[in-house]
Design a binder for this molecule. Structure first.
Ligand code: SF4
Length: 114
């Protein structure tokens, strides 16, 4: 589903059916350490780019929204781990270095060269 920032994200969900007005990030809601999600957070979030960059199905992500600069700014940090070998994934953009060969995702192949 397309986020308010206009990028496809597997974790974004919105329901405007029959007068409903509901939007949520199903990744942030799994992390009790994070500040609550608001639609503008999608503008800062690298997850859609990570999902596009890797086709690693065993990559699991956790994002945390935090205050920065005494609450004047916010940042989103992303951590990755591999559900195949249970190790940390230092660069989620590249997928797990132990279990996958990085490469373009199927979406990149379908869209052709940039
Ligand atoms: S905050 Fe990030 S992970 Fe959550 S819906 Fe927006 S783009 Fe997706």
């Amino acid at each position: 589903m397309k986020t308010p920032a206009g990028k496809e994200c597997d974790y974004y969900y919105a329901d405007y059916h029959r007068g409903r007005d509901m939007q949520e990030c199903r990744l942030v809601e799994k992390n009790p350490e994070s500040k609550p999600w608001k639609p503008h957070h999608c503008q800062l979030c690298p997850v859609p780019d990570i999902l596009r960059a890797t086709s690693d199905g065993s990559l699991k992500l956790e994002i945390t929204i935090k205050d920065k600069w005494f609450g004047f700014k916010e940042e989103i940090t992303v951590e990755g781990w591999c559900s195949e070998c249970f190790s940390e994934v230092p660069d989620p953009m590249k997928g797990c270095p132990n279990c996958t060969k990085s490469g373009p995702s199927i979406l990149d192949l379908m869209e052709g060269p940039h």
